[in-house]
Design a protein around this ligand. Structure first.
Ligand SMILES: Nc1ncnc2c1ncn2[C@@H]1O[C@H](COP(=O)(O)OP(=O)(O)O)[C@@H](O)[C@H]1O
Ligand SMILES: [Mg+2]
Length: 480
C-alpha cells in the first residue's frame, strides 16, 4: 500500500506501530519528525533540478585554486546537497508503507532528513573560516552516513516480501548512485580546501580526489596485491597469480577509489571461484576466524578511521608507477549468524595463522587492459568454473533470495565501499555480502561506463569493465 504524499509526510516516524514495536527500537531514539510543513519545504527542494558535474569540470575547476573559487565551490556544494537529498527522501516516501517501517530503512530515512535540515540551514559561505566549519560539517556527515549502505542492504533484504524486485532494484540503484554523487562533491571540496589551506599536499597528477594520470596497470597491480594478501591472511594459502597484459602504458583521468573498488571486487570474485573449483578444501577448511580476529582486534570506528587515513595518504603520496544459490541456504549467511560461532578472538583456534594449507597449482587470473581514444577496458578472466545459468540473471539484483547475504552486513555496520576496507580487514574475504557486482556496476555507470560478465558455465568467467574516457565523459545524461 502506497500512501498519498501528504499523508506520508504525516506518518509518525518516531512512533512505531504495534506490529513492529518490538523491532523498531532504533526509531525511538531518532529526533527527526517530518511533518506537513517540513514536507512542503522538501517539495520545493525536490522540484529543483540537480546540477551535474563531469570529471572534466572537476579537474578544470580545481586545477588552479583561489579563495574566490574555493568559496564558489563551497556554495555550490551547500546548495546542491539539500536538493539531492530531497530527491532521495522522496524516493523513501514512495516505498510501500510496510517497507518504510523497517528499522534499517527508517534509520537511513531519518539520517537523510537530518542531513537535509542541516545543509538547508547553512547560510551562504563568505569566508575561509566559514568554509573550514563547512568542511567539518561535511566530514562529520560523510562519517555518520557510513551506516547507509549496510542499513539499506539489510532493510531491503528484510523487506523482500513486501517490495517487488524491479522496485527494489530501482530504489537501491538510485540510493547508491546518488550517494556516490554526494560523496564525490563533498570529498572533492574537502580535499581542495585542505590543499588550499596547506593541510594536505598532493602529487601533481591529483586534483582533489581525481587522478589525471591514473595508470591502468597500477590499478590492477595494486588491487591484485591487496586481494592476494587478503586471501593469504584469511585462508593461509598462496593465492592464484594475476597476470597483467594488454596496453600496459594506458593512463586515464578517474577517481582511483572508484575504479580500484571495481577491479578489486572482480579479482576477489575470480580468486574465490578459482579456489572453489580447484582447491575447495581451502575455502572449507580455512578458518573464517583469521580475518575475523583481525576485525575483532579493533573497534569499527578505529578501523574506518585508519582506512580513511590510508586513503588520504594514498591520494597525497601516490606515484605512478562458488557458486551462488537460487534458493538461499545456510551457506549464504555467515556462520556466526546461523550458528553459535562468534567473532570473538578467543572463539576458535586459527590454524591458518600457523599452517599453510596445501593447494594444487592454481590456474592464474588474467587481467587485460585495452585502451582506445574514448574507452578504457579491463577484462578479468578466470578459470574458476563459471557462473551457473540459473544465477546469471540475478547478479545485479538487490532483492533476489540469494541476497540474503545482505544480512551479513550485521558484521559490517559501516561501509564506505573502498578497497582500503578490505585491506584493513574491515570486510573479511570469507564474508560474502553480495554487494560486489551491484555496487561495481553503479560505480562504473556513474561516469557512463559499464560492467559485463560473460561466463562459460563449467570453465570460467570474463568480466569486462568499460570506462568512458576523453571527450565521452562530457556527453552523459544524468538526473538527480
Ligand atoms: N568470476 C566468477 N566466477 C564464478 N562465480 C562468480 C564470479 N563472479 C561472481 N560470481 C557469482 O556471483 C555472486 C555474486 O558476486 P558479488 O556480487 O561479488 O557478491 P559476493 O561475492 O559477495 O557473493 C558470487 O557469490 C558468485 O556466486
Ligand atoms: Mg564478490
Amino acid at each position: 500500500m502506497t500512501l498519498p504524499r501528504s499523508l506520508r509526510a504525516l506518518r509518525p516516524k518516531t512512533r512505531p506501530t504495534a506490529s513492529c514495536r518490538s523491532s523498531c527500537s532504533i526509531s525511538r531514539h531518532l529526533t527527526t519528525t517530518p511533518n506537513f510543513y517540513h514536507n512542503r519545504v522538501l517539495e520545493q527542494y525536490a522540484a529543483q533540478e540537480t546540477r551535474r558535474v563531469t570529471l572534466r569540470q572537476l579537474t578544470v575547476f580545481g586545477r588552479t585554486l583561489s579563495e574566490d573559487k574555493l568559496l564558489k565551490s563551497a556554495n555550490y556544494v551547500r546548495a546542491e546537497l539539500p536538493v539531492r537529498l530531497a530527491h532521495r527522501i522522496f524516493d523513501f516516501q514512495h516505498l510501500p508503507f510496510i517497507v518504510g517501517t523497517n528499522p534499517h530503512i527508517e534509520h537511513v530515512y531519518n539520517l537523510y532528513w537530518a542531513a537535509f535540515e542541516t545543509f538547508k540551514a547553512i547560510p551562504p559561505i563568505k569566508t575561509l573560516e566559514q568554509n573550514r566549519d563547512f568542511c567539518e560539517t561535511l566530514e562529520h556527515m560523510l562519517n555518520a552516513h557510513l551506516v547507509a549502505i549496510p542499513r539499506l542492504a539489510m532493510g531491503i533484504a528484510e523487506s523482500s516480501l513486501h517490495l517487488n524486485p524491479r522496485e527494489a532494484d530501482r530504489f537501491m540503484n538510485e540510493m547508491l548512485r546518488s550517494r556516490i554523487g554526494r560523496r564525490v562533491l563533498a570529498e572533492q571540496h574537502i580535499t581542495l580546501s585542505h590543499v588550499f589551506d596547506g593541510r594536505e599536499s598532493q602529487d601533481e597528477s591529483f586534483i582533489g580526489i581525481v587522478n589525471t594520470k591514473c595508470r591502468a596497470v597500477d590499478v590492477v597491480n595494486k588491487c591484485a596485491a591487496i586481494v592476494g594478501r587478503v586471501f593469504e591472511d584469511g585462508f593461509g594459502i598462496k593465492p592464484p597469480e594475476v597476470h597483467v597484459d594488454g596496453h600496459l602504458d594506458a593512463t586515464f583521468t578517474y577517481i582511483p577509489d572508484q575504479i580500484e573498488y571495481i577491479v578489486f571486487e572482480l579479482l576477489k570474485n575470480s580468486m574465490w571461484a578459482t579456489l572453489d573449483k580447484h582447491a575447495p578444501h581451502v575455502l572449507k577448511k580455512a578458518p573464517q576466524s583469521v580475518a575475523e580476529e583481525k576485525v575483532a582486534e579493533k573497534s569499527t570506528i578505529q578501523r574506518i578511521g585508519e582506512a580513511w587515513d590510508a586513503n588520504a595518504r594514498l591520494r597525497t603520496t601516490h606515484s605512478p608507477g562458488g557458486t551462488d544459490h537460487m534458493t538461499p541456504t545456510a551457506d549464504d549467511i555467515h556462520p556466526s549468524i546461523t550458528s553459535t560461532s562468534s567473532l570473538s578472538p578467543s572463539s576458535s583456534s586459527s590454524p591458518a595463522m600457523t599452517t599453510s594449507l596445501s593447494t594444487p597449482t592454481l590456474p592464474p587470473i588474467r587481467a587485460t587492459i585495452g585502451a582506445a581514444s574514448s574507452l578504457l577496458t579491463f577484462r578479468i578472466s578466470d578459470q574458476g568454473g563459471g557462473i551457473p545459468a540459473s544465477t546469471l540473471p540475478y547478479l545485479y539484483s538487490y532483492s533476489h533470495p540469494s541476497k540474503r547475504k545482505f544480512l551479513n552486513f550485521a558484521h559490517v555496520p559501516r561501509l564506505a565501499a573502498k578497497v582500503e576496507e578490505a585491506e584493513h580487514h574491515i570486510v573479511p574475504p570469507s564474508l560474502k555480502l553480495g554487494l560486489g557486482l551491484p555496487m561495481s556496476k553503479v560505480y562504473a555507470n556513474y561516469w557512463g561506463g559499464d560492467i559485463e560478465v560473460i561466463t562459460l558455465d563449467g570453465y570460467g568467467t570474463d568480466a569486462y569493465v568499460g570506462l568512458k574516457v576523453g571527450n565521452q565523459v562530457e556527453n552523459l545524461t544524468y538526473t538527480a
